[in-house]
Design a protein around this ligand. Structure first.
Ligand code: MN
Length: 464
């Protein structure tokens, strides 16, 4: 489809930018697209470090021109976690279309876990600079230094361009909008609601640059999760922020004057999940997350009447040696028939279909529980400081606590010492520590090259 046709379709012009800048971005987008289905090359073959820094700075200037609650209009497609899966993101674009023909809002977590985080950011930043009203980028919890130092992005920066560039990225992340609002009615963020979110102006008034620390509104927007375990606020198994139930979502929707919340942050088996109460959707947009799950990827599509549908990408087959499992349900109705009806409420995307109208949702079931009636918030026990406590896991390896339920283990793999960093959580049923998402695994040899760069870990290792 030509740009002219798409402009007619949305009756909206693409803002004019400097002709030389447009030419530069068009060329850069072309170079980055050449990395799709190209295993021989990575970003260092198509961009110099200086060009990366220039793009970071131009993108952060564009972010600062937007509100911290960045406003967009439907029709739009809302996209969840990408986690450095650049190849999968491009496969997704093959299905859902590309900027500028389509308009996208991304909900953050562009980096960490996967191999091509810088590629993901550079393509999205270049598109943002070139077509600022066709793509909106929100911040995820991985776009914070405490997280992306540990989960892969720091190492990726160090390997591809040197560690200096990591600092440029952090400065930029502190300027990415914390939330989005579509057609005044659909609130989007990476994590979820916050007890401090009593008016949309609370988000608009957050000054930038801002760095989410260990608690409060900024942390909740990036970290909180929905739950079907009750109506109110709950302690989170993540050890940071909270979980919120259906009653909180109903009350917040009234208070904020919104119809729907779309958030990401948790892998879901079909790529999308409707929370009980039909006022919140979780969306996750890469398949086979970390090769640990068999999940599909999906995006949520809102048409100009705010009717909701989805587009989905099936997970590609995994290598036979990889053991992956289905992603668990997170906040669906506990009654399986009701859960099925909620799921079917969101129709597959078909431009010819008459979609279910969001505005005709059955409001009769809304809870009248006052927000004051919610359960008292339980304070998180864990801290962000390195704890240093030592425990022994089921295999007999000694693990050293790094803080926030992250543990470092030095174990032997084929006769070589292997450094493993993982998140753990306390399993409610057994009360035992269970390994969560996989972190970094490095051989001791590789680790020697990195340890000076990760002082938090270095400190603990000297006592191994
Ligand atoms: Mn996340």
């Amino acid at each position: 489809m030509s740009q002219q046709n798409s402009a007619e379709k949305t009756a909206e012009a693409i803002p004019k930018i400097d002709a030389r800048l447009a030419e530069w971005m068009d060329d850069l987008i072309k170079r980055l697209n050449s990395l799709y289905k190209n295993e021989q090359q990575n970003i260092t073959h198509v961009m110099t470090g200086n060009e990366v820094i220039a793009v970071i700075q131009m993108a952060q200037n564009v972010f600062m021109e937007e509100s911290n609650l960045c406003e967009a209009e439907a029709p739009i497609k809302v996209i969840g976690d990408i986690h450095a899966q650049f190849q999968d993101m491009n496969r997704l674009f093959d299905i859902i279309g590309r900027v500028p023909e389509e308009r996208f809002m991304f909900l953050g977590d562009y980096i960490d876990r996967g191999p091509q985080g810088i590629e993901v950011l550079m393509l999205l930043f270049a598109l943002k600079i070139r077509y600022r009203n066709r793509i909106y980028l929100l911040r995820g919890n991985h776009e914070t230094p405490a997280v992306n130092k540990i989960y892969g992005f720091y190492n990726e920066c160090a390997l591809k361009y040197g560690v200096g560039i990591w600092w440029d990225f952090q400065a930029c992340f502190n300027r990415i909008p914390m939330a989005g609002l579509i057609s005044k009615k659909v609130l989007c963020m990476h994590g979820g609601l916050s007890p401090e979110l009593t008016h949309l102006d609370v988000i608009r008034n957050i000054p930038r640059p801002c760095e989410p620390l260990d608690r409060g509104l900024l942390i909740d927007l990036l970290w909180s999760d929905p739950t079907n375990k009750g109506e109110g606020w709950f302690h989170s198994i993540r050890g940071i922020s909270y979980m919120f139930g259906r009653g909180v979502v109903e009350q917040a929707s009234k208070l904020l004057g919104i119809d729907l919340i779309i958030r990401a942050h948790q892998v879901v088996q079909d790529g999308y999940e409707m929370m009980t109460g039909r006022r919140l959707i979780t969306v996750f947009s890469v398949p086979n997350y970390c090769q640990q799950f068999t999940n599909a990827a999906a995006v949520v599509c809102l048409n100009s009447n705010l009717e909701i549908s989805f587009q989905q990408m099936a997970p590609p087959p995994l290598p036979a040696t990889v053991v992956a499992k289905p992603a668990p349900a997170i906040a669906i109705d506990t009654d399986s028939n009701a859960a099925k009806a909620d799921k079917e409420f969101i129709k597959p995307f078909d431009p010819k279909l008459h979609h279910v109208d969001l505005k005709r949702r059955a409001d009769s079931e809304s809870s009248d529980q006052s927000i004051e009636d919610r359960e008292p918030v339980k304070k998180s026990k864990s801290t962000n400081k390195a704890g240093g406590a030592r425990i022994t896991n089921e295999e007999g390896d000694e693990m050293i606590e790094l803080g926030s339920m992250r543990y470092l283990t030095v174990r032997s793999f084929r006769g070589k010492p292997l450094i493993d960093i993982r998140e753990f959580y306390v399993d409610k049923a057994s009360g035992k520590m269970k390994p969560g998402k996989k972190g970094i695994s490095l051989s001791r040899e590789q680790f020697e090259n990195f340890k000076a760069l990760i002082p938090e870990i270095d400190e603990k290792l000297t006592s191994v």
